[in-house]
Design a protein around this ligand. Sequence first.
Ligand SMILES: Cc1cc2nc3c(=O)[nH]c(=O)nc-3n(C[C@H](O)[C@H](O)[C@H](O)COP(=O)(O)O)c2cc1C
Length: 203
Amino acid sequence: MTDPIIVGITGASGAMMARTMVDALLRRDIPTVALCSNAGRLVWQEEMGENFNDTLVEWQEHPTFSHYPINDLRAPVASGTYPTSGMVMVPASMNSIASLANGLSGNLLIRSADVCLKERRPLVIVPRETPLHSIHLNNMLTLSQIGAIVVPPEPAFYLKPQGISDIVNFVVARVFVALGLDRDLPDEMQYQGPDDELAPYRG
Ligand SMILES: Cc1cc2nc3c(=O)[nH]c(=O)nc-3n(C[C@H](O)[C@H](O)[C@H](O)COP(=O)(O)O)c2cc1C
């Protein structure tokens, strides 16, 4: 069995992206550790119309799922000695990004992300805020320069998404590739162009 992927859910808008990410990992039986900030729980209630604890009960039916409270700094994922395959912060608030970019690890979620950076493990950040000011941008630049992969939840307009779930599924597919869990996006999410000049070279 592979080492777990950590999913850090912060208080930015976009709870649906976190839900889809965890569901997709569990569908593939990938060991998954979910961490959710206090603000993340508030936004979850607001956007999903469901208490985060109720979602946890559902996920906990899966044998490869685990969860630790946000202040449990003695959880295994707080230590670099505990092997993981990496982490995604989805959605990532500007608050959590600022903490991480400045080396502050005030809760288990940020500490776990900091561990990924110091151990040189994959860390994917899905930031959500608009518009962005220079401090936001500088913090993301800092994280990118030390190896984090920043994946803004941008729609692939060229795929003509039919709704929010198309957009969310595309972002999650991008995160799977960024984490090294998939080599490529699924065929239907790749731009083939109007004439698909590369068609003869595709497998
Ligand atoms: C409904 C709601 C939506 C929010 N959306 C965002 C957002 O999109 N981006 C962001 O950076 N902060 C957003 N916030 C503010 C964060 O929740 C707030 O800065 C919080 O301190 C983040 O804490 P955390 O980083 O520990 O999760 C939102 C707050 C609420 C209540």
